[in-house]
Design a protein around this ligand. Structure first.
Ligand code: 1CP
Length: 343
């Protein structure tokens, strides 16, 4: 099937498809026994990310089991700081760790060749996926947004990370702006290479956008995203781009209009009726089921799913969760969700 005929791509280009395409953030991961087995075999999370055969297999697992309309490349946002020369490792049972940057510290000059050489296994996995996926399944590439990457780079881990980056932002604004702008260039270049290799849409994850007050939100989330969108579009004008500035409430509207993304992914705190009115006239909406329903299931799952479908199916819409599926999720609840959406 041609890319433009795939359900996800049609929705991202602004079509109201009736039955929406569906995929779930973190659809590959620890709630699947086959993923836990693969991770064991790979001997570590980063080995999964940097070994194309493992990354392809991890991406394919939820597609085989559930038949989602879209797959998302198996990788992590932290491969970008890693490719920029920062140390990145994973603590078993905890999460990612980095060597924290000091306030004012500058990254060395951008070495595009070394950056893309480090990320070559990712591009190879994208290529492999285009020949492994079912004909109708769209392939989404992704990257972390500059702000969210900077929060991890400043604090070294996913705890109190916004505090370290926010402190840097106000005590040494020029060096912080330089870091963000460097990350924006690197992310744009990375996404272009993913699309060159076969990604059919891309999503920019700004998971910690909610920690930015309005002026900072504009400078460190909206402007860098706009720069990434313009740079990627110049190389690949037809590839749809999704933004996910998680937790920003009514600012989803200005984000959508000012960055030029094709669509926004919404967290579960946004009312779908508001999104239909304020966002759908300007772009595609993706979301936004409470991820806990994948753990608890039952009538509450069906009720909240129906409310989202009723509010958003009349416009361009992609069904997803408000954030990633958690390790405690029950695959049977994912099946119940798909039955409800597809009828
Ligand atoms: O096996 C394991 O223990 C690793 C768990 C895991 C997985 C499956 C991590 C560690 N990353 C991933 C994969 C991943 N991460 C994907 C793959 C594709 C898919 O969705 O199926 C994607 C898109 C990400 C993106 C990502 N990584 C984000 C943005 C989205 C979000 O969830 O907000 C962030 C913030 C990360 C960092 C990260 N990587 C892993 C963890 C546990 C975290 C969060 C750390 C923290 O904030 O404490």
């Amino acid at each position: 099937m041609k890319t433009e005929d795939k359900l996800l791509i049609r929705a991202l280009k602004g079509e109201a498809t009736g039955v929406p395409p569906v995929w779930l953030m973190r659809q590959a991961g620890r709630y699947l026994p086959e993923y836990r087995e693969l991770r064991e075999q790979a001997g570590g999370f980063l080995n999964l990310c940097y070994t194309p055969d493992f990354a392809v297999e991890a991406t394919m697992q939820p597609i085989r089991r559930f038949g989602f309309d879209a797959s998302i490349l198996f990788s992590d946002i932290l491969v970008v700081p890693h490719a920029l020369g920062r140390d990145v490792w994973f603590e078993q049972g905890e999460g990612p760790r980095l060597n924290p940057m000091a306030v004012g510290e500058a990254l060395p000059a951008f070495d595009a060749e070394a950056f893309h050489a480090h990320l070559a296994p990712v591009y190879e996995a994208v290529k492999g996926l285009r020949s492994s996926l079912p004909a109708e399944t769209a392939l989404i590439g992704f990257a972390g947004a500059p702000w969210t990457l900077a929060t991890y780079m400043a604090a070294g881990r996913g705890k109190d990370e916004q505090a370290a980056a926010r402190q840097w932002m106000f005590t040494s604004p020029d060096s912080f702006a330089a870091l963000i702008d460097r990350l924006a260039d690197a992310v744009a270049s990375y996404l272009i290479r993913q699309i060159d290799a076969g990604a059919e849409a891309v999503q920019i994850f700004d998971s910690w956008a909610s920690a930015l007050a309005p002026n900072a939100f504009d400078r460190y989330c909206v402007q860098p995203t706009k720069h990434i969108v313009e740079t990627v579009r110049a190389a690949h004008p037809d590839t749809p781009i999704l933004g996910f500035p998680r937790g920003v409430g009514s600012s989803y509207a200005s984000f959508l209009k000012e960055t030029g993304v094709n669509g926004v992914s919404l967290d579960q705190n946004v009312a779908p009726e508001w999104a239909a009115e304020a966002l759908q006239p300007h772009g595609t909406v993706q979301g936004n089921l409470e991820p806990m329903h994948m753990v608890t299931g039952g009538d509450a799952l069906l009720r909240d799913t129906d409310r989202i479908l009723a509010a958003l199916s009349g416009g361009p819409f992609v069904f997803n969760l408000g954030h990633g599926i958690t390790p405690q999720a029950d695959p049977a609840n994912v099946e119940a969700l798909l039955r409800r959406i597809r009828g």
